[in-house]
Design a protein around this ligand. Structure first.
Ligand code: HEM
Length: 470
């Protein structure tokens, strides 16, 4: 009896401390979520974290306490402080260890900025805009974009499942960039198509959260029930390829191999596998949402405007086409492939973020989904897909500051220029040659379904009809 009494008193004290004494108690948010992390965990395990946090921002404003030790922000002051201050912003939280491969860290999963910076230096030039715009890289991507159109138009009048073919395209492009000539050719080779299918149709949200919150229990359960590894074949192929010496000069792997300070093979493979996974889902899902939207009857005018710009500017470089750029950016704003929170840990001594004091070790983050919608003075009618908003000079600074699809600062997306090239090249190939519309038999839901930080169409199928115009 006495034990129950003391446990009760202990719980009351913890709740009192979290709700009234904690320096975070001044930050608005639902009281139950401030008292216990179980509330946030409930929304995470039921795949509603992103939407719940967005609703809280709509209700409470740009600063919201979402757990006893976690705060979500949604304005430029916070983005600048959390992700850009001192170059790379705050260090990452242990959440990112979920992204280690072969039990080795990769750049993405490295928590602290010093080792992160050292690793990044080894290969970052392979992702610079000037490197990506070289003929060798562009030609490889163009060939694969042509392959995508050929796949989707091979049977006239028959709808193509672009969900799968866009992921094939993304994987073929990224592996070409990583380790040509051994890259995957899933748009043309059947065994490689199997590798893409193996990667796509897995749902690892519950497993990932279990691994994060209950690592020991997860390890134990994994030992007794052999869990499916979604990237089994790709992991094996990359580990073998990392040992090869016959690699093209323009690739990321060749950069690793030419370094005077050699890394362990597994460490190199961990980096390559991370880029392959980062490149397939993001670019594949982003393009899938965008192509689907452009193929709806309501987007006929946007498709026409895009086709007109492409026809008039056939010899203009891809990165100098304003309407194409606006369409891609609006696609990434409305359907961000990584729409969820990117967690960081407040450094020693605490910080003031967007006017709120936050003690050290608090988890803080912003999410693209909310940054792209909350401030209607920056993005009026935020749910409307309007490429034209990016063409106006007025408000351009504020729009670009809140554009968070690739994150920002030293830990923002290293693959951004490659991803933009892939997206633009594909749209140019498609809309210079075809008209697209959603197939009548398309019933799969295109609602965004969250996977830890990324998001994909819930139905994992997208049937589109391609009608040749030339
Ligand atoms: C439309 C496509 C893409 C989107 C929207 C996207 C988005 C992002 C975002 C938001 C981050 C920051 C994540 C965080 O801090 O937790 C990130 C990081 C990263 N992305 Fe991308 N990405 C895309 C394509 C690619 C591609 C093609 C690659 C291939 C190399 C890539 C490789 C990476 C890597 C390695 C990081 C970690 C960077 C670091 O830790 O310094 N991404 N990406």
């Amino acid at each position: 009896m006495l034990t129950i009494y003391f446990i009760g008193l202990g719980i009351l004290w913890i709740v009192y401390d979290r709700l009234l004494l904690s320096p975070l108690s001044k930050i608005p948010g639902p009281p139950l979520a401030s008292a216990t992390r179980l509330v946030l965990m409930y929304y995470e395990f039921t795949r509603r974290r992103r939407r719940w946090i967005h609703q809280l921002h709509v209700k409470y404003g740009p600063v919201v306490r979402i757990a006893p030790d976690e705060v979500s922000f949604a304005n430029w002051d916070a983005v600048k402080e959390i992700y850009v201050s001192d170059g790379s912003g705050y260090d990452k939280t242990s959440f990112y260890h979920l992204f280690d491969n072969y039990e080795h860290e990769c750049m993405f999963s490295t928590l602290d900025k010093t080792p992160h910076g050292e690793r990044k230096k080894r290969f970052s030039d392979r992702y610079s805009k000037s490197f990506i715009m070289q003929a060798e890289v562009m030609d490889g991507i163009r060939e694969r974009a042509e392959g995508f159109v050929a796949r989707c138009t091979e049977k006239a009048g028959v709808a193509a499942d672009i969900y799968i073919y866009l992921h094939c395209y993304a994987l073929d492009c990224i592996t070409y960039h990583l380790y040509d000539p051994h890259g995957i050719r899933s748009l043309t080779e059947a065994p490689d198509l199997m590798k893409v299918k193996e990667l796509l149709y897995h749902d690892n949200l519950q497993d990932s959260y279990s691994q994060y919150y209950f690592p020991k229990l997860f390890r134990l359960l994994s030992r007794v029930s052999r869990r499916a590894d979604r990237s089994r074949r790709l992991s094996a192929q990359i580990l073998n390829t990392a040992r090869r010496s016959d690699i093209s000069n323009h690739t990321v792997l060749s950069k690793f191999q030419s370094s005077s300070e050699q890394l362990e093979t597994k460490s190199i493979a961990s980096e390559l596998l991370d880029h392959a996974i980062a490149g397939i889902d993001t670019t594949g899902d982003g393009l899938c949402f965008l192509l689907h939207h452009l193929s709806l009857p309501a987007s006929a005018g946007i498709q026409e405007a895009l086709r007109a710009e492409l026809a008039e500017s056939a010899s203009v470089p891809l990165d100098e086409l304003p309407y194409l750029d606006a369409v891609v950016k609006e696609g990434l704003r409305c359907f961000s492939p990584i729409p969820m929170s990117l967690p960081r840990r407040v450094p020693k001594g605490g910080r003031t973020i967007a006017g709120a004091y936050v003690p050290e070790d608090t988890i803080v983050s912003c999410q693209a989904y909310t940054l792209h919608r909350l401030d209607a003075s920056v993005f009026p009618d935020p749910e409307e897909f309007r490429p034209e908003r990016w063409l106006k000079e007025e408000g351009a600074l504020e729009r670009n500051q809140l554009f968070f699809a690739f994150s920002t600062g030293g830990r923002g997306c290293i693959g951004k220029h490659l991803a933009l090239l892939e997206m633009k090249m594909l749209l140019r190939e498609v809309y210079s040659n075809c008209r697209t519309r959603v197939a009548g038999e398309m019933t799969a839901s295109m609602e965004q379904d969250d996977q830890i930080i990324a998001s994909r169409p819930i139905g994992q199928k997208c049937l589109i009809l391609f009608e040749k115009t030339v």
